[in-house]
Every structure is written in structure tokens, then in C-alpha cells.
Design a protein around this ligand. Structure first.
Ligand SMILES: C[S@@+](CC[C@H](N)C(=O)[O-])C[C@H]1O[C@@H](n2cnc3c(N)ncnc32)[C@H](O)[C@@H]1O
Length: 269
């Protein structure tokens, strides 16, 4: 019989919250009906919280199809992954396969494999939507079968919506709770670069998000939102409760990191 372990992210995702997840969850409200997470990414917050009922969303379709496959057929995904070797030739062969038209399980294994063996776990596609990150040459296991099973267990009953955050939250109700972790606002003009989706998350998107948070607040929905600690973000969320958290982040290609502070904005005490 396999031992049940606590789920950890199965993907390396820019802006991943592993380092902060426990602290964040400690700042969430005690009781709520359904947990919503419309910028799901690597999923570290849901995997730490493990709520009873949840709806998750993201604009990256390939990412969310991967979670669907893992939720519904973890053994099938594991079988595919077991047949993939961590070599440059195999990486280039798998990267060249067009994901369109492949089954959900095959696409999920392709995504996990490429994400964990590519250079620094970047998600980058070219204009034709083809994954174009070079091989990472890391001598390590790219998936843990017990963790894949634990993640599948955590995703049971979770509704997965591959859509923009506004439509993901269209049916939120007053006793639900929403955690929002958008691409962070960047000081100096435009917002975060396009590392997750072909489009960028720009200043108007941050304004749209702040407007939605005010609307949710007016309907009695509790929410918590992470973002960079910048004057613009503080201005957008003026009137809400701000908590400063410190997190370690990679800053450059030689993988050094530094501690930076960021905001958790909440509409509840
Ligand atoms: C900072 S990451 C979330 C990281 C996640 N909390 C974790 O721990 O890995 C932001 C996510 O927002 C997604 N995203 C970008 N624009 C979006 C939009 N308009 N609606 C929904 N999701 C979006 C990206 O694909 C990315 O996965």
C-alpha cells in the first residue's frame, strides 16, 4: 500500500508561492464554503490549503489541461512519464511533437516533462504556439510518482476553468473565499512580462482586477490578493488592509535569489 504524502507542485512555475504558502494560508479566513483561485499557476497555495470545495482557473490552457489529466488519470500520466528519458535527444524529440490533437494524458505528460527538464522551468512559446525553451541538462528526477498521486488526490472534486479571472469568478457567492495571485505589477510602465501566456498582464488588467475586487467586496465576498509592493498597487487597493510579507525570489540566470517584500491585500480583518 502506498503512503499518502502532502502534495507539492508538480511544475516549476514563475512566481510560485511555495515559500510563502504556509504563511498565506495562515492569513486566510477560518471558514468558507467554496475556495476560488483564478490565477492557479503551480498550485502551491491550494496544495497547502487542501480545501473541501474549490474552483481553480488560469489563462494557460496547456497548464490546466495538465491538471485535468492528473486529476482524472494519474496512473495514465505516470505511465507516459515513465517512458521518457532525461536526455537532450529525447527532450528535442518530445518538444517537437505538436500537442494539438493529442490525448489529454499524452499532452499532460509532455507538459510536465518539458517543464521539468527545460532550462529553468520557463514557459515560453513562439508565435505559432510551439514550446521553444532549450534543454536544461539537470541531473534530477523530473517527477515523483507518490507526489503525482497526492496531487491527483487533492484535485478530486476541484473544478478547473481555463479562462480569464473575471469569468472564473462569475458565480462566486458571499460565503466563498477567493485568493488572487496575478502576474505582479512591475514598476515602470507595463506589467509583468509574458512568461505564462502569449498575452501580457498589463496595467489595464490590474485596474480591471482591482475593480472586480471592489465589486466582490460590495457583494460580501472575502478575498486576499498578492501583488508587488509598489505605489501604484497601494493606490489601486486604497482602503483595504495591507500586510507586508517577505519572500525569496530568483533574480537572474545564475539562480541567485534575494529577499523582497510584497503585499497581501485583504478585505477582511
Ligand atoms: C503569479 S502566477 C500564479 C502562481 C501560483 N500562485 C503558484 O503558486 O504557482 C500568475 C498566473 O496567472 C495566469 N494568468 C495570466 N493572465 C491571466 C488572466 N487574465 N486570467 C487568469 N489567469 C491569468 C498565468 O498563466 C499564471 O499562471
Amino acid at each position: 500500500m502506498s503512503t499518502v504524502i502532502a502534495p507539492r507542485p508538480i511544475l516549476k512555475w514563475a512566481g510560485g508561492k511555495q515559500g510563502l504558502a504556509k504563511q498565506l494560508v495562515g492569513l486566510f479566513p477560518d471558514g468558507f464554503r467554496t475556495y476560488y483561485e483564478p490565477f492557479f499557476g503551480g498550485g502551491s497555495v491550494l496544495f497547502t490549503l487542501r480545501p473541501g470545495r474549490a474552483v481553480v482557473g488560469d489563462l494557460n490552457h496547456w497548464l490546466l489541461d495538465t491538471y485535468r489529466a492528473v486529476r482524472d488519470d494519474p496512473a495514465g500520466v505516470a505511465r507516459q512519464l515513465d517512458g521518457m528519458a532525461n536526455t537532450k535527444a529525447e527532450y528535442e524529440r518530445i518538444r517537437a511533437i505538436a500537442p494539438e490533437g493529442r490525448g489529454l494524458v499524452e499532452r499532460a505528460a509532455q507538459f510536465i516533462y518539458l517543464n521539468k527538464t527545460c532550462f529553468r522551468g520557463l514557459f515560453r512559446v513562439n508565435k505559432k504556439g510551439r514550446f521553444n525553451v532549450p534543454y536544461g541538462a539537470y541531473d534530477r528526477r523530473y517527477y515523483d510518482p507518490a507526489n503525482l498521486e497526492a496531487v491527483a488526490g487533492c484535485l478530486q472534486g476541484v473544478e478547473i476553468r481555463a479562462t480569464d479571472f473575471e469569468s472564473c469568478l462569475a458565480d462566486v457567492q458571499a460565503d466563498d473565499f477567493v485568493y488572487l495571485d496575478p502576474p505582479y505589477f512591475k514598476q515602470g510602465g507595463y506589467s509583468d512580462f509574458d512568461r505564462y501566456t502569449p498575452g501580457k498582464f498589463r496595467e489595464p488588467d490590474h485596474a480591471r482586477l482591482a475593480a472586480l475586487c471592489r465589486k466582490l467586496d460590495a457583494s460580501g465576498v472575502r478575498w486576499a490578493l498578492s501583488n508587488s509592493d509598489t505605489p501604484h498597487v497601494r493606490e489601486l487597493f486604497d482602503g483595504f488592509r495591507l500586510t507586508t510579507l517577505t519572500n525569496r525570489r530568483d533574480i537572474n540566470l545564475d539562480a541567485r535569489s534575494r529577499t523582497i517584500s510584497e503585499l497581501l491585500i485583504t478585505n477582511y480583518a
